[in-house]
Ligand binder design. Structure first.
Ligand SMILES: NC(=O)c1ccc[n+]([C@@H]2O[C@H](COP(=O)([O-])OP(=O)(O)OC[C@H]3O[C@@H](n4cnc5c(N)ncnc54)[C@H](O)[C@@H]3O)[C@@H](O)[C@H]2O)c1
Ligand SMILES: O=C(O)C(=O)C[C@]1(C(=O)O)C=C[C@@H](O)C=C1
Length: 307
């Protein structure tokens, strides 16, 4: 057992991220006592069956009682209401954190409910799979992945450092970032790529209907990757787009402009432009590989053995 940065940890929302956090804490040998709560009884029952959390509680209020760290791991649209529910039951001086995919609107939704003396440290592990729910988690999900730490200027420095220590113990590398920058970066590297995958699979589905599902039958690796991403949780992704409107619309606008330029190059037979464009984008992929960051691409989500 190793001494934990937080003695009692409460996980609110017991899906992919919270369950992976729990298994990663156990793998790290952290001696924290972990309580958990999920809204649906079925999820709580599954969590109990899996041995997820030291204690699964029937209310969020009960789960956060005496907790030194409370992690909100619910869809981003639920962060504010959950915070409002637990606020009167928090231990004075505790740290509240959250793992949502969007930051500015979550900070705005949570902050008004924060009791005096409770520290709020938003985080975002840049790791996931298309699976969701309590049985989707696995201990190595965060290994060598970034966890973005998004404090405000006035956030207590000691609380931020303890949250960083906690994520490092879970296997992640941490980097601090401000909320606006976070939301723009994630629009580029995560949110719009998901929207494109959802759209492309939707287009293929429409075509599939008129050609006896040939599109599905003959789909090769590239399209299969799109279908994996497009299988991600609809509630989570609805909330991401509703709460990161400005950044996603900005990046979508730029994407559309580039797409139109490429469409024009195809129509006019401008092979030089197409070749130059694809050469530039290929260099980006090579840069990622050289930086050693493509640790999970091919069988992401299948390696659940290390629970
Ligand atoms: N899935 C990913 O790839 C990924 C990666 C990084 C961050 N995130 C973020 O982490 C958070 C959790 O995502 P996840 O993938 O674990 O989702 P999930 O769907 O696997 O789990 C969410 C859990 O929250 C519960 N829940 C929903 N509304 C609730 C409420 N009002 N009160 C209590 N519980 C509630 C659900 O029952 C479920 O147990 C989201 O904010 C998401 O944006 C997800
Ligand atoms: O690979 C996946 O399944 C993911 O979508 C993970 C992913 C991402 O886009 O990289 C999804 C949402 C998050 O907020 C962080 C990580």
């Amino acid at each position: 057992m190793s001494e934990a940065p937080f003695q009692k940890v409460a996980l609110i929302g017991l899906g992919l991220i919270a369950s992976s956090m729990f298994w990663a804490m156990k793998r790290a040998g952290m001696d924290s006592h972990v309580t958990g709560f999920a809204r649906s009884e079925a999820t709580r029952d599954t969590a109990r069956r899996l041995g997820l959390c030291d204690q699964v509680c029937d209310s969020a209020e009960e789960a956060v009682k005496d907790a030194d760290l409370v992690v909100l791991a619910v869809p981003v649209g639920a962060m504010g209401p959950v915070m409002q529910t637990i606020a009167p039951h928090l231990k004075p001086g505790c740290v509240v954190s959250e793992v949502g995919s969007v930051k500015r609107t979550v900070i705005e939704a949570v902050t008004p409910h924060l009791p005096e003396g409770v520290h709020f440290v938003p985080t975002h592990p840049m790791a996931g799979t298309e699976h969701s729910g309590p049985d989707a988690g696995f201990a190595s999900l965060f290994d060598n992945r970034w966890c973005l730490i998004v404090p405000e200027d006035h956030t207590d420095g000691d609380a931020v450092s303890r949250v960083e220590t906690y994520w490092t113990a879970l296997g992640a590398n941490t980097e601090r970032m401000d909320a606006e920058h976070h939301d723009m970066v994630c629009a580029v590297v995560s949110h719009i790529p998901h929207l494109i995958a959802y759209t492309m699979v939707g287009v293929a589905d429409d075509l599939g209907r008129i050609s006896d599902n040939e599109v599905i039958k003959f789909s090769a690796a590239g399209f299969r990757d799109f279908t994996r991403i497009a299988a991600s949780d609809p509630t989570m992704w609805r909330d991401v787009f509703l709460t990161n409107k400005d950044a996603t619309i900005e990046i979508l606008g730029r994407f559309t402009e580039e797409l139109m330029a490429l469409q024009r190059a195809i129509r006019t037979g401008d092979g030089e432009q197409l070749h130059a464009y694809f050469t530039r984008t290929r260099a980006i992929r090579r840069g990622i590989l050289e930086a050693g960051q493509d640790t999970d691409a091919p069988d992401f989500g299948r390696a659940k053995v290390d629970r």
